[in-house]
Design a protein around this ligand. Sequence first.
Ligand SMILES: Cc1ncc(C[n+]2csc(CCOP(=O)(O)OP(=O)(O)O)c2C)c(N)n1
Ligand code: SF4
Ligand SMILES: [Mg+2]
Length: 298
Amino acid sequence: MATGVQRANQLTIADLKGKVDPDWCPGCGDFGVLAAIQKALVELRIPTHNVITISGIGCSSNLPGYINTYGMHTLHGRALAVATGLKLANHELTVLVTGGDGDGFGIGGNHFVHCMRRNVDLLYIVMDNQIYGLTTGQTSPTSRLGMKTKSMPFGNIEAPVNPISLALAAGATFVARGFSGEQKHLTELIKQGIQHQGFSFLDVFSPCVTYNHDNTYQWFRPRVKKLEDNTTYDPTDWTAAMEKSLLWGEEIPIGKFFQRTDLPALHGAEPVLNDGPLVHRDPRVSPEVARLFVEELM
Ligand SMILES: Cc1ncc(C[n+]2csc(CCOP(=O)(O)OP(=O)(O)O)c2C)c(N)n1
Ligand code: SF4
Ligand SMILES: [Mg+2]
């Protein structure tokens, strides 16, 4: 452990650089998210061997390849399911899940809801560009009404998901929104999300400069307003958070909408895990226990 602590104290951004460079388009918002995650891990001094980054499929979901932590690039929409199993197998690890709006709110929407109600202890960062980037520009669950895309050339006819309201309604215990054009603020939210014990959801406006010409950096900049700048805003007030989550237009709030710390995370509520992570246990079952188990099933 001494080595781990020593190494963490000396951790630099260079240590967190992955073996391959990102192949994102120049200017893609995901660069800012990757940089903020690396900065947050350095500032929290979490040794890289204690972190795993898990993703689904998409431009954003390629992120685990670009960061030097353990990593799993899983199936489209299934990152949270894999992450839940992983956290229950070894709840001492810091689990980061990264992906896109299509991956998380479309095909992975069911896992998103159930992971939140279970309060699985992980940080879920969605790089929300309101489009399917990897598959070259189709409508996503967060594309605005009327938005013209390759799959809806006459304009989107489906009402978008509101990820913040959905997360609040599903019981997430930490709910926040960032903007990849606000690095310092985003890094702070990532740090808080990692430190929170329970499910942390962070939706990040991460512009797709190639396929979304509506929701650009220039579009977001004058609209995003930090909740932290409002000294009367109370992030423990769920109703106030829900009200703020509905704002979309000239003012779009970013920052920590909500946090509660009175609920146990899933692994803390599971008595089987009281004796420590499953990975450190002897997996063998004695013949006597096996016999009793089989008898019970007969
Ligand atoms: C089961 C399955 N269905 C569809 C696809 C095709 N597919 C890959 S990525 C993607 C959408 C990606 O969009 P998003 O999650 O928003 O990520 P982005 O590329 O925008 O970062 C789709 C539909 C797939 N890989 N697997
Ligand atoms: S297509 Fe869009 S989301 Fe994908 S790398 Fe390029 S800018 Fe980023
Ligand atoms: Mg997307």
